[in-house]
Design a protein around this ligand. Sequence first.
Ligand SMILES: *Cc1c(COP(=O)(O)O)cnc(C)c1O
Length: 413
Amino acid sequence: MGKKGFTTSIVHGDRIAGSEHGGVHQPIHTSVQYGFERVEDLIGVFQGTKKGGFNYARQGTPTTAALERKITSLEEGIGTICFSTGMGAVTATFLTLLRAGDHLVSSRYVFGNTNSLFGTLRSFGVEVTTVDAGDAENVRQALRPNTRMVFVETIANPGTQIPDLQGIGEVCRERGIAYVVDNTITSAALFKPKAVGASLVINSLTKTISGHGTALGGSVTDTGLFDWSAYPNIADEYRRTPAKEQGLLQIRKKGLRDMGASLSSEQAHTIAIGMETLALRVKQSSANALALAQFLEGHKAVGKVWYPGLESHPQYGIAQALFKGASWLLSFELLNVERMVDVVNALELPIKATGLADTRTLIIPVAPTIFFEAGPETRKAMGISDGMLRLSAGIEDIDDLIEDFSQALKLAA
Ligand SMILES: *Cc1c(COP(=O)(O)O)cnc(C)c1O
């Protein structure tokens, strides 16, 4: 099949790659062991000379491999490794590509658990500097001779800050530094980090890609742009493969195999089904988020609204230039913080829950929940006010959502 569109490739991918009995989905392979007629083939799988073989499910199954192929195609990469969670993917990437004495530069605005993981990295002797990545110059100034990696997220949660994705890509290319972009909030439906020079793309499959809040998963995709032959931390045993494959090979062996956050075939299947409607869902949830953001911005009980699809957003220009939509994530605050609990309780449709990118709208007060452990100082530094509410827009009919918010917000007047 020649190059096809985004959704066409997803829904026909399994069939065209070939599956048993002409099944249009990859079967759910539950075997842990994979046996061979000839022991030479078993040896070949172990040594990597027999391509595409399986030996033990912790390193992958035909079902997880099918999902990996689909994500590779979405991100226009050269290969992907799936993990049991997004954090599994993030952790394996850092721990396999960084060593004690290395330096990592990250955006200050990252997922709370990733930020918490930086503490663990520091305790292992990796230096971590966080900067306001809205200006690539801040990243450039933070670089040191031992900087190996720059990490950013496309749209930060909950503050919706967007880094200077293009500018940082140029800095990393000039300096030969690995550029890791977490594409979870946008997903390939809205943005392909390869376009700004990303070396590796991380996705929490739990969120936008799977989309229904029924599976946990994560992935790392190599875009093929980075020259791993010049990267000092690749172990000798992985230098024998072509330079392009060395990064992912090390993550699969030292990360997936040794650390063990492996995705199960059952979950891979659920994620693959969810992914078929990725573009359709994101179109609807992003349109809903934009309509809600506009409604909230015009409401007299509402203070600030954080949404990159609004002209008032500091990175509106970047969002317009790089993204196909501003995503389903928005935050807002009530002017009267004392009324927050009553307003949220009065909402009938949005589910009071953490989590992101469900088909159902979710709402959560940020300071007392997901950023409670961070404490008041970190919250202030991250621009999180006491009255901030985070909204993950679902795919409901927009009139129902607006009507619901209208009635609930009356309590804040
Ligand atoms: C949720 C999330 C993760 C972690 O994903 P899990 O699948 O929940 O482990 C990583 N990065 C971002 C941006 C996220 O939103």
